[in-house]
Design a protein around this ligand. Structure first.
Ligand code: ZN
Length: 161
């Protein structure tokens, strides 16, 4: 089966930045899974996946516009330190932590740390970066009607609910 609309794709990947530094590697945990055509993964990677089948190994380089976008300089704001979670030890500029928002937690980068407030950059930490994915497709299967309705994968690598 080839990857197309309404297929579920299970894959391993290694993510590298433009300098070749490894940023993520799914082999350190479980393979990733997504529902093709549902916007579950960044647009550039989803496009590169189309047409591939189980067993395929390939690399895809994705421009910032097709990944996490360009950084917006207006996305720096001052927040109370108590709204930030996940800091190991003292907050320092450059540290990536989680910000509690009404929509859930998002990763943010600390630009300035004070005692009670911190300046944070809410751009995605990978905004502005060209990314290369080394992909190995493990499985391609038809999505279930429920997965299509929910617009995400159920079971291993997907939602458990
Ligand atoms: Zn669901």
């Amino acid at each position: 089966m080839n990857i197309g609309p309404e297929t579920v794709v299970v894959f391993h990947y290694r993510l590298r930045d433009a300098a070749g530094t490894e940023l993520e590697n799914s082999r350190s945990s479980e393979p990733a899974a997504y529902l093709h055509g549902a916007g579950n993964i960044i647009p550039g990677l989803e496009r590169a996946m189309a047409g591939h089948a189980a067993g395929d190994v390939f690399s895809a380089t994705v421009s910032p516009a097709d990944a996490y976008g360009m950084p917006d300089p207006n996305k720096v704001q001052r927040v109370p330190v108590k709204h930030l979670v996940g800091a190991r030890g003292k907050l320092r500029p450059g540290m990536v932590v989680q910000l509690n928002t009404r929509e859930g937690r998002i990763p943010v980068t600390v630009t300035k740390a004070g005692r009670h407030t911190a300046d944070i950059d809410t751009n995605h930490p990978l905004a502005g970066q060209e990314l290369t994915f080394d992909v190995e497709i493990l499985e391609v299967r038809a999505a279930s009607p429920e997965e299509i309705a929910h617009r995400h994968v159920h079971g291993p690598g997907g939602h458990q609910h």
